[in-house]
Design a binder for this molecule. Structure first.
Ligand code: ADP
Length: 484
């Protein structure tokens, strides 16, 4: 509606201004034309009786000229004609025009002036000069009433105003009809478009008629149906992708559990031996009451240790829906390190970590634990006996590598650095590809890094890798720090 009103108003304004200008210019041009014709008439009349006037003036002076002009005026009733002069103390009338302007008059270019009579009626005065022997004897004054012209101007103004009022009425009618035929129907289209942009594809828009707007409505409905269908397909594809991803993550988790299990078995061996030995001692009945209590406490403490190890392993293996919560990443990393210490110990690799300030942010702890475990297991695999793996946590200002123009913001970083084999240049570009592995069959699946990459991407972070063949590798995980 607003558009219809705007377009019609602009159009009307233009037309009204043009019509008013046209009316004004027509009146002006007719007015000038009228004056010009009267001037020409006056000049030709002046010329007509100039000779006789000269003779009359020469014989009787001003009195002769006055008489002659009066006779002439009686014969030309449509104009008032009289003899005037600029000389003072003469029996003749004085001209109503400044003498300076009058002096410039010639028979070809008469002097003119527009004045008002005592009744307020406009009149046009034309002065035709009469020169006798190079001196100016006087002027024939032609007085033309401008009443007719004023009447004409008034009529033209009335006519133009009537046309403008007519146009405004038409404009009002167009706006009213425009609102009914275009505005309201466009409003319906706008409302439907807004609903589509908000993802609401229900209720097709109903526009009656058989014109472009109803066609647009039909096209909009069709587009809405197509979008709705595509959205459903997308949702189905996306949930299939999420479930495939979850499946892959679970496979990777189980693979790690398998690897951890051998380290665990070794780790459980010692406490089991202690439990068995102490239980044997109690069973032998050779211990005092205090020694029995001591042995029972040792058995309990070893059993607790084993239960913790097994619970950690089970926790890690269990499938859980992704759930973010605000926590200290340091705790998640410590749990992963505790879980992996037996495996590192078995391979004679030292796994160390540095103390750091709490790094509180929103993460899914199970997923981050899976990532850290993957990185440490890879580091253990790449290390030789006697090597050291250092896990450190720190905060750093950075911009994502995919959007270097983004403003700097704070990230919580988890860095796993080893002194192992390093990564060859040709392997580097494929490191995060699913199923890329350089390990023997049965040793590696090539899922760890690709799954970790997906998890960190879901957390709006990234993984940075630096490596030198023969010297070691450093994997740094960047997770957005919690906004203050
Ligand atoms: P997998 O460990 O099952 O092979 P990953 O996706 O975890 O799968 O790792 C892919 C490959 O990346 C590994 O096979 C290895 O070649 C390389 N890699 C990963 N981490 C390291 C590391 N710390 N040192 C050397 N190579 C590594």
């Amino acid at each position: 509606m607003k558009l219809t009103a705007k377009i019609v108003s602009i159009f009307l304004l233009g037309i009204v201004m043009l019509t008013a200008l046209f009316g004004y210019l027509t009146v002006q041009s007719e007015y000038q034309q009228f004056k010009r014709i009267k001037e020409q008439n006056a000049a030709s009349l002046g010329k007509e009786f100039r000779e006789t006037l000269v003779v009359a003036w020469k014989s009787q002076g001003h009195q002769g000229a006055i008489r002659l002009v009066r006779d002439f005026a009686n014969r030309h009733q449509q104009m008032l004609i009289r003899w005037v002069t600029t000389e003072e103390n003469q029996p003749t009338s004085q001209a109503d025009i400044p003498s300076k302007e009058l002096a410039l008059a010639t028979p070809e270019t008469v002097a003119t002036i527009t004045t008002e009579d005592s009744d307020g009626n406009e009149q046009y005065l034309i002065y035709y000069p009469i020169d006798i022997e190079s001196s100016r004897a006087g002027y024939v004054e032609f007085k033309v009433p401008l009443n007719d012209v004023a009447e004409y101007t008034r009529l033209t103004t009335y006519r133009t105003t009537a046309i403008i009022i007519g146009m405004l009425a038409c404009g009002l009618m167009i706006i009213t009809l425009g609102i009914r035929m275009v505005g309201r129907r466009l409003d319906k289209l706008v409302e439907k478009t807004k609903r589509i942009s908000q993802g609401d594809f229900s209720e097709p828009v109903e526009i009656k008629g058989d014109d472009e707007i109803s066609e647009l409505g039909a096209a909009l409905n069709q587009m809405s149906d197509t979008l709705s269908q595509q959205q459903q397909e997308l949702e189905a594809a996306s949930s299939a992708r999420i479930s495939a991803m979850e499946q892959l993550r679970h496979v990777d988790r189980l693979k790690t559990v398998g690897r951890l299990a051998s380290g665990m078995a070794h780790e459980l061996g010692t406490p089991l031996n202690v439990v068995s030995g102490r239980a044997g001692l109690i069973a032998s009945n050779r211990l005092s009451e205090d020694e029995v209590r001591d042995s029972a406490l040792v058995i309990k403490s070893e059993a607790d240790r084993m239960a913790t190890i097994i619970r950690q392993l089970l926790d890690f293996a269990r499938r859980r829906p992704p759930q973010q919560s605000v926590l200290d990443i340091g705790d998640v990393v410590s749990t992963a390190i505790n879980l992996l210490k037996p495996m590192a110990h078995q391979r004679d690799v030292e796994l160390t970590t540095t103390d750091c300030e709490p790094m509180i942010t929103a993460v899914d702890p199970a997923q981050i634990q899976q990532v850290v475990t993957n990185l440490i297991v890879n580091a253990i695999h790449a290390s030789s006996p006697g090597d050291q793996i250092r896990v450190s946590l720190f905060k750093q200002e950075a911009t994502p590598p995919t959007d270097t123009k983004a403003p700097l913001r704070e990230y919580c970083c988890i860095c796993v650095a080893d002194q192992g084999t390093g990564i060859a240049d040709d392997a580097m570009p494929h490191l995060f590809d699913p199923f890329f592995t350089t390990k023997d069959v049965g040793e590696g699946t090539g899922l760890g890094l690709s799954v970790s990459y997906g998890i960190i991407e879901d957390h709006h972070g990234w993984i940075d890798v630096e490596s030198q063949v023969g010297e070691g590798s450093r994997f740094t995980v960047y997770l957005p720090a919690q906004e203050a």
